[in-house]
Each structure stands twice: as structure tokens, then as C-alpha cells.
Design a protein around this ligand. Structure first.
Ligand code: ATP
Ligand code: MG
Length: 382
């Protein structure tokens, strides 16, 4: 008899020819997620099991963050031939519970002497007799104990919801523009959840932005990596570009021009890191650079899809999501971002593209971008 973890995953995308590919990715990611708590991960009869871990709670915390996992249940695995022992174990697992219960039985071993209704009846009767403070309610029970007869018997009471989504790496790779704010980590999470591998780019304006501001962003990336695994963060020196924009371009266009540079550089880094799209945390109308026209201006310089999963979300909804995924607290640390340095008093909210293009002519775009890329530092997190 031993403690194991049952791992359930979605059905839809596991059907058809892609199934082995999805399963392999999912199992690889679970193995990686628990590498520090130990544990064996294996597949049997269409289900994933984890055993031999050193710390059940930590194992659950990690496995429920793996994209593609829908729920987990701590379970007892025991020999199936001694049905009395199974009933005794079921009663022990129900003893700490209060209220009503129901036994669910699943039997994939069709040669087992008891069929499912018999297992439910016998085990239910035994629990009732031996744990007198419980009663049965088959319609709306407070607790369900599941007895599964497979190669062994598996008994479980708890079902813990997990993050869902698709296994990481089954839907390509995208490059997240990660600031120290609340929105971009949420945006990265939402796209990664669809099975998209991430890399990040962060623009750093030392000495206007501090070392602590950079550390904060790396911590956000690390928090994201708890879901999406190890990834590269490209930290790009942005001071020179910002200074030049500030000196040579009309003040009301500076934010927009700066955003166009961010997109251009991100695209080059994305291509080098084999990513096929960019992700930002923008939301319509949130700030001056996120009006329809401003978004059009930033999109103009990019030749790959730009995903903005927060685009239709209210700030309060984004915050709620940030709290759920565990990035809110770090995002709320009060360090400066390069966007908050050199902010114009009256940023253009309805910019005309041709005026922006003209204003940019004052800059040596190619040289500025080449220097920024040259100075980029790559940090691996996770
Ligand atoms: P966030 O909360 O994600 O910082 P925001 O509401 O502050 O977003 P902006 O500062 O206008 O909005 O930034 C819009 C998007 O541009 C961000 O969501 C992020 O994807 C990207 N971005 C902004 N600043 C940086 C930065 N320093 N490095 C990398 N990407 C950035
Ligand atoms: Mg920001």
C-alpha cells in the first residue's frame, strides 16, 4: 500500500493522431516540475500517476501548475484482491470527514469478482457501519470516495482543480514583452496556457531604472516559469534609445516612438529565439499608448502576430487574474519602469502614422537597434 497522486488531463485534445505527442509533452513537463521533490511519473491505461515523492503537498502544488493538467487526487494504491482490506482503508479515509458521503466505483478490470454497483454497495455499507457519524446521500453528498479497480485498487477522496490549458510546447513559441507591471505577466500566462512556450524581453533604462527594478522583473519571470518551465529573459539596454527619442523627437510622440522601438527589437529577438509571435499586456484605452490609433502605430512596425490577451479586460479583472496566478504582489512592488521615465505631459492619443514616421527620421534607427541588441543580456530563469 502506498500514497500516490492521480493526474487527470483534458480529453479533447488527446484524441486522434496527436495524442502520443501531447502525452509525451505533458509527462515531460510533470517530470520537470517535480524534479526537486523527486517522484516517479508514469502512464498506465490512459492515466498519469506520480509516486515516490518526498513531500505530497509540494508535489500537488507543482503538478497543479502544469498546463494540460485538469485535476489531481492524492490516492492510496493497494492490492485489489483483498476487498475487505479495501473497505477498511475506505473507512479510514472517511473517518476524519463530517456529513454525508457516497461511494463511486470504477472498474476497468472487467474480470474483477465484484461489479461497480456491488463495490459501491459493499464499501458504502462497511463505511456506514464503521464510521457511524457519517450518513449516505447519493444525490448531493458532502464527500465522494472513489474506488477504482485497475491493475491495483486506487482510493481517493479529494479532487484538487489544476490550471488546465494545453501542454507547454504543443502550440509553438511566443516572445512576451515583460515589464514590471501587473498586465504583462497575466498576458504571458494566458498565452502560455494554450500550450505556447515563452521567452521574454525586458527593456531596462539603467541608471534611470534601478537594479532592483530589473530584479523584480526577473522574479516575475521566475513566477511565470513555475507554470511554463525554464525560459530565457532578454534584458535589453534601452537608455540610449530613450535619450535620443527625448532629445530629437516631438514630446507628444515620445511614448509612441519608444513603443515602436520596443516592438522592433522584440521582433528581432523573437526571431532569434525561434518565437513566432509577440505578446503584450495592452488593454484598449488603458493609457494613451493603448488607443486604437496608438495600437495601429505600434503594430505597423511588426511583421508577426501580436497577441494582446488582456485587450478586452478591465484593470480589476487583470488584477484578479494576477492574484490567482501569484504575480500580483511582486508586480505591486513600487519600482520604476522605463515607461515611467521621460513620460510626456501630453502624449498623442490619436496619432497619425505618417507624422510618427516623419518624426522617427531624426533617429538612426538601424544603429540604435543594433547597439541595443549587441548589449542584450540573457538570463535563464526556472
Ligand atoms: P504592464 O502593467 O504590463 O506594465 P501597463 O499598463 O503599464 O502594462 P504600458 O506601460 O503602456 O502598460 O506597457 C504596455 C505593454 O508594453 C506592457 O504590458 C508590456 O507588454 C510592454 N512593456 C512596457 N514596458 C516594458 C518594458 N520595460 N519591458 C518590456 N516590455 C514592456
Ligand atoms: Mg507598465
Amino acid at each position: 500500500m502506498r500514497q500516490i497522486l492521480l493526474v487527470r488531463f483534458g480529453e479533447v485534445f488527446l484524441k486522434g493522431q496527436n495524442r502520443p505527442f501531447f502525452m509525451k509533452k505533458l509527462i515531460d513537463h510533470i517530470r520537470l516540475a517535480i524534479r526537486e521533490v523527486g517522484g516517479n511519473v508514469w502512464l498506465s491505461e490512459g492515466r498519469i500517476y506520480v509516486s515516490d515523492f518526498s513531500d505530497l503537498d509540494e508535489c500537488i502544488r507543482r503538478v497543479t501548475k502544469v498546463f494540460g493538467v485538469h485535476s489531481v487526487s492524492p490516492a492510496i494504491e493497494m492490492p485489489k484482491d483483498d476487498f475487505d482490506a479495501i473497505c477498511r482503508q475506505a473507512a479510514e479515509m472517511m473517518r476524519p470527514k463530517q456529513g454525508t458521503f457516497k461511494v463511486l466505483a470504477k472498474r476497468s478490470d472487467k474480470r474483477y469478482p465484484l461489479d461497480s454497483p456491488a463495490i459501491m454497495r459493499e464499501a458504502g455499507g462497511y463505511i456506514l457501519q464503521n464510521v457511524p457519524h457519517l450518513s449516505v446521500d447519493v444525490n448531493h453528498p458532502d464527500h465522494e470516495i472513489t474506488i477504482e479497480i485497475r491493475d491495483h485498487a486506487y482510493l481517493s477522496v479529494e479532487r484538487i482543480p489544476a490550471v488546465c490549458g494545453m501542454p507547454m510546447g504543443t502550440n509553438g513559441k511566443a516572445c512576451l514583452l515583460l515589464s514590471g507591471g501587473i498586465d504583462s505577466p497575466v498576458a504571458g500566462f494566458m498565452i502560455a496556457k494554450r500550450g505556447v512556450e515563452l521567452c521574454c524581453v525586458h527593456y531596462h533604462s539603467f541608471p534611470y531604472t534601478s537594479e532592483r527594478a530589473k530584479e523584480k522583473v526577473l522574479e516575475l519571470a521566475r513566477l511565470l516559469s513555475e507554470y511554463c518551465g525554464r525560459m530565457r529573459v532578454h534584458v535589453v539596454p534601452f537608455t540610449e534609445i530613450q535619450m535620443q527619442i527625448h532629445e530629437k523627437c516631438p514630446e507628444n510622440f515620445t511614448t509612441l516612438i519608444m513603443r515602436r522601438y520596443m516592438m522592433r527589437i522584440a521582433q528581432i529577438i523573437a526571431e532569434r529565439d525561434h518565437a513566432q509571435a509577440l505578446i503584450t499586456g495592452e488593454s484598449v484605452g488603458q493609457v494613451a499608448s493603448q488607443t486604437m490609433e496608438a495600437l495601429g502605430c505600434t503594430d505597423e512596425v511588426v511583421g508577426m502576430p501580436v497577441f494582446r490577451p488582456c485587450i478586452g479586460m478591465d484593470k480589476s479583472e487583470i488584477i484578479e487574474r494576477a492574484e490567482q496566478i501569484g504575480t500580483f504582489e511582486t508586480s505591486s512592488l513600487p519600482y520604476e519602469d522605463c515607461c515611467t521615465v521621460f513620460t510626456p505631459k501630453h502624449p498623442a492619443t490619436h496619432p497619425r502614422k505618417e507624422l510618427i514616421r516623419k518624426a522617427e527620421k531624426a533617429l538612426d534607427t538601424e544603429a540604435l537597434i543594433a547597439a541595443a541588441i549587441e548589449g542584450t543580456e540573457v538570463v535563464v530563469v526556472g
